[in-house]
Design a protein around this ligand. Structure first.
Ligand code: SF4
Ligand code: SF4
Length: 194
């Protein structure tokens, strides 16, 4: 990605039918080796985009890869950085404090369990009943869209959407195209008045 502005995935609410295939594809793209054929799921669906369904609208919501990313700015352990033109979470550094989740204006971050070889990674946490005792609970991390930067075929959600409701937006290119369109429109209108 050569543009200086981060790319992001945009969804068209006119086309989205709420089938949630994008969520399944996202989860599969971010799992290591889990089977995703019918009847062979080896773990939960853990997507990094979230389909919103209300009586008025059906649309997946996901990270906009903000240039001045509030999630990265507020992370107390610097677990969120810019990598290959995307805002990404370094899972190993994330402590699950939820600060980024609250800071994101799009609700694009969810605390997800860390999975390895089809099983949740456990960690010691304070016990609910006895505050001084410890117990085992799944390790959590801030899960969000990473534009599938490590996937050769690009974002899985865009690839699988049966309605072609998702697309990769290059903001710089879009701006140039709109500038040209406006200039052509200006030219045409000028000729009409001459
Ligand atoms: S681009 Fe990749 S990470 Fe982002 S929502 Fe789609 S599948 Fe998930
Ligand atoms: S997670 Fe939210 S705040 Fe962070 S870059 Fe994405 S849209 Fe912006």
């Amino acid at each position: 990605m050569s543009s200086s502005l981060n790319h992001f995935i945009a969804a068209d609410p006119e086309k989205c039918i709420g089938c949630r295939l994008c969520e399944v594809a996202c989860s599969q793209a971010h799992s290591s080796g889990s089977a995703f054929t019918a009847g062979a799921l080896s773990g939960p669906i853990l997507p990094r985009l979230y389909v919103v369904q209300t009586p008025e609208i059906t649309i997946p919501v996901q990270c906009r890869h903000c240039e001045d990313a509030p999630c990265a700015n507020c992370c107390p352990v610097s677990a969120i950085t810019r990598k290959n033109g995307a805002i990404v979470v370094e899972t190993k550094l994330c402590v699950g404090c939820k600060t980024c989740m609250l800071a994101c204006p799009f609700g694009a971050i969810e605390l997800l369990p860390v999975y390895k070889n089809g099983a949740p990674v456990m960690q010691a946490v304070l016990c609910e009943e006895k505050e001084t005792a410890m117990e085992e609970a799944p390790m959590l991390f801030a899960g969000k869209c990473d534009l599938c930067t490590d996937r050769k075929k690009g974002p899985a959600c865009v690839e699988v959407c049966p309605e072609k409701a998702l697309s990769i937006v290059d903001p710089s290119r879009m701006k140039r195209e709109r500038n040209i369109k406006a200039a052509m429109s200006f030219l045409n209108n000028s000729q009409n008045f001459s």
